[in-house]
Write a protein that binds this ligand. Structure first.
Ligand code: ADP
Ligand code: ZN
Ligand code: ZN
Length: 731
């Protein structure tokens, strides 16, 4: 008997595919994109069929057989599979892990992809002929018959009035029968979309909207560079109108923390359709349901974070990436993809337009826009009558500080508070203090796994290592000399919060950082209480910089810009400028003008000077020139090979061994191995090797032929290594 062979992607960290014989008993024909359960060593794994074929490079007689097929139709369609194949090649990541990342957890674990059926009850022929009055002695049964005479009814509805026993009794008498029906997807939005109130587009917005509308039927990438509040979202809303009207779906991607009920309701109100939301805080069931309803066309609009780029659609018409510079689009472990770059590839494959929007575009996107690979649009003015923020740099040198704040800063804060406005204080360091120091011997309490100082957390009475998560009880004496004279040094948000309460006792403050904001719900509630004016002082870390609008904030204080100014990472200046500009954008959104106070020991620093006088648009173009002179991305391409091991020499010599094969390709340089910025973490020494080339093709060729060398190296089993293509962080 003929048995086809299926090539399967399995969730294992091996760069290969696996062949299996198809089931003899299977009722369905195998097809790429279906899930199967297969034996793998002593385990069983769930994989996805990549290809169906007649022959294998392995001996057919030795092939094992598929145990079970989980689907009747593919869970991943052809477009999705093409994207994943591309991603596996581009990021040089094992195909099985790529496929499993793309699937919702429930499907990864083997749940069914068919939607749950609904049980309906209706009258049988006998039931239709039966006089209701003949059931005189059973009033409940009579009522059911009467109800069903009007037509079939769902069990759920019937159970509101009747218990299941009544239904069973009538079923036994063969008067009624049930039927399980899988509901047809409700795709009404495709034929009758209603559009809510909308403002007239400003002339600048109108130009962009009409340009985008003229190229809806083909691939293009447009970068909308517009200051915060300049009306980018309004451009998205008007640009997707014809897409949805034509019955095609739209994917809107937002940063992890920018996804708020306000964002969702803005889209919902405009189109009066249900919006599918995808983010990491949802249950597996919720995610699966949204995935399925996007797949069958029920949902026209999906708003989601990073992994929503993998959503199944049945007629995607446009992709929008808001705050495209945001670092949360990059996944920094296992399959290290950049959702923006994957989305661009997806748009290209599906031949649809993609919009990138940001007040502070990444230098990568800006470079593509300036060199005309992308369409480029700018919105210079804030929409409505909001005005731009004013910057002040406050010289911290020789100032007496209270909780890190200079007297002039405190005076300003009080002034704004007294006028009934809100003040936002930004400090990118959570916890109480970044170190615990002994006054007698100078000993600093240090995490022995990472050799970095512990952060003091007062509230929980603990020392926390922010690098590996290790924590222990806050000691009351020095671990070295037993002195009791130990004290926290430096300041984190927890301490500043106490400080604000001391300095401004008559005003209420709220702290927003990852310690106080566990869970989405919490953040949304806090944002609401800020909007309602319950708090006047808002204090937080970079969570505050992302996409939230605080119309009553008129003063923003950045407590310490110096630590970011002297960063070891070449993207440090870009990130600092994005952060300052984004935070400044939170202020003065309504008609109230905003002021930004930057505290620094280096008030004349050229970076800061340029940023505050000329704005991010100017500053970022200067940075781009610097990158060009230094041949750094986006003027070259990089990959980062990381290795960590218990013994430093192992990690080092493992990377050292890759230098020769990497350098064989023309135009490829390899820099390192050097210790990582965080030299030790969780008891392992970390080294890295930067591979760089002005040619993306050459870089990829070099990695491609080095990978087998890496994988077969004698230390490969002892060393934890990873490859990061287009790395964003060098920590
Ligand atoms: P961005 O996405 O660039 O931050 P938004 O689209 O959110 O900007 O616009 C900022 C504010 O201006 C919002 O309150 C929005 O409703 C309003 N707005 C945007 N465009 C217009 C317009 N053409 N007419 C009137 N108000 C507008
Ligand atoms: Zn001591
Ligand atoms: Zn640690």
């Amino acid at each position: 008997m003929y048995r086809p062979i299926v090539e399967v992607a399995l969730p294992v960290p091996l760069r290969r595919r696996f062949d299996y014989l198809w089931l003899t008993t299977a009722e369905v024909q195998p097809s790429p994109g279906m899930r199967v359960i297969v034996p793998f060593g002593s385990r069983q794994l769930i994989g996805v069929i990549l290809q169906v074929k007649d022959t294998s490079e392995w001996d057919r007689a030795k092939l094992k057989a598929v145990r079970e097929c989980l689907d009747e139709t593919p869970v991943l369609n052809e477009e999705q599979r093409t994207l994943l194949h591309w991603a596996s090649g581009y990021y040089q990541h094992p195909i099985g892990e790529v496929f499993s990342t793309a699937l919702p957890a429930k499907l990864r674990k083997g749940d069914t992809n068919t939607r749950p059926s609904i049980t309906y009850w209706k009258l049988t022929e006998l039931g239709e002929q039966t006089e209701v009055s003949s059931l005189k002695r059973a009033p409940k049964q009579q009522q059911v018959l009467l109800a069903l005479q009007k037509g079939a009814t769902t069990e759920l509805q019937l159970r509101e009035q009747f218990n299941t026993a009544v239904l069973k009794q009538l079923g036994k008498k063969a008067l009624i029968e049930s039927e399980d029906i899988i509901p047809k997807p409700n795709t009404q939005w495709q034929s009758q979309l209603s559009i809510g109130d909308k403002p007239f587009a400003s002339p600048a917005q109108a130009v962009i909207i009409s340009a985008i509308k003229q190229q809806l039927s083909q691939f293009s990438v447009s970068l909308i560079e517009g200051v915060t509040g300049s009306g980018k979202t309004e451009v998205y809303l008007q640009a997707i109108e014809p897409v949805l009207s034509a019955g095609r779906q739209v994917l809107v991607m937002v940063p992890e923390i920018g996804l708020t009920p306000q964002t969702v309701s803005r889209f919902q109100d405009r189109f009066q359709i249900e919006v599918g939301v995808l983010h990491s805080g949802m249950t597996d069931n919720e995610r699966l349901s949204v995935w399925q309803r996007a797949q069958n066309g029920e949902l026209g609009l999906i708003i989601g974070t990073r992994s929503s780029v993998f959503t199944a659609f049945n007629g995607l018409g446009m992709i929008i990436i808001d705050e495209e510079h945001d670092s949360s689009y990059k996944q920094n472990d296992t399959f290290r993809y950049h959702a923006r770059d994957l989305a661009i590839m997806r748009a290209k494959q599906e031949n649809i337009p993609l919009l990138l929007g940001s007040a502070t575009p990444s230098l990568e996107s800006l470079h593509n826009a300036l060199s005309k690979r992308y369409q480029h649009y700018q919105l210079h003015e804030r929409a409505g009558n909001a005005v731009k923020a004013n910057y002040h740099v406050l010289d911290l040198r020789q100032q007496p500080l209270q909780f890190g704040l200079a007297p002039e800063t405190i005076k300003q804060m009080l002034h704004h508070l007294q006028q009934g406005n809100q003040v936002l204080v930004f400090l990118n360091r959570r916890g109480y203090a970044p170190a615990l120091i002994c006054h007698d011997c100078g000993h600093v309490e240090t995490c022995r796994h990472c050799e970095r100082p512990y952060t003091v957390h007062r509230q929980s009475q603990q020392l926390h290592c922010h690098h590996c998560g290790h924590h222990r009880y806050l000691p009351n004496q020095c671990q070295d000399c037993q002195s009791h004279d130990i004290s926290p040094q430096g300041m984190g948000t927890e301490q500043l919060e106490q400080g604000l309460q001391t300095l401004f006792p008559q005003y209420s403050s709220v702290r927003i950082d990852s310690d106080t904001m566990r869970g989405k719900q919490n953040l949304n509630q806090t944002l609401e209480s800020i909007h309602s004016g319950k708090h006047q002082l808002l204090l937080g870390t970079q969570i505050l910089a992302k996409g939230h609008h605080f119309p009553n904030v008129t003063l923003v204080v950045v407590v310490d810009i110096d630590s970011a100014l002297f960063s070891a990472d070449f993207r440090g200046a870009e990130q600092l400028a994005q952060l300052i500009t984004q935070i400044a954008g939170r202020a003065g959104r309504a008609s109230k003008p905003g002021t930004v106070w930057l505290q620094s020991h280096h008030p004349g620093h050229p970076l800061i000077e340029d940023l505050i006088h000329n704005g991010y648009a100017h500053f970022s173009r200067l940075l781009l020139m610097e990158r060009q002179y230094a041949s750094l991305p986006p003027f070259s391409y990089q990959a980062l090979l990381r290795a960590e091991a218990k013994h430093a020499e192992d990690a080092y010599s493992f990377l050292q061994a890759q230098l020769a094969p990497l350098r064989q390709t023309h135009g490829v340089i390899a820099i390192g191995p050097v210790p990582a910025i965080l030299e030790k973490r969780q008891g392992r020494y970390r080294f890295q090797l930067v591979v760089q080339s002005p040619s993306r093709a050459n870089l990829h060729a070099a990695i491609h032929h080095t990978l087998p060398v890496i994988e077969s190296h004698t230390l490969a089993a002892k060393v934890r290594w990873s490859l990061d293509v287009d790395p964003q962080e060098f920590y």
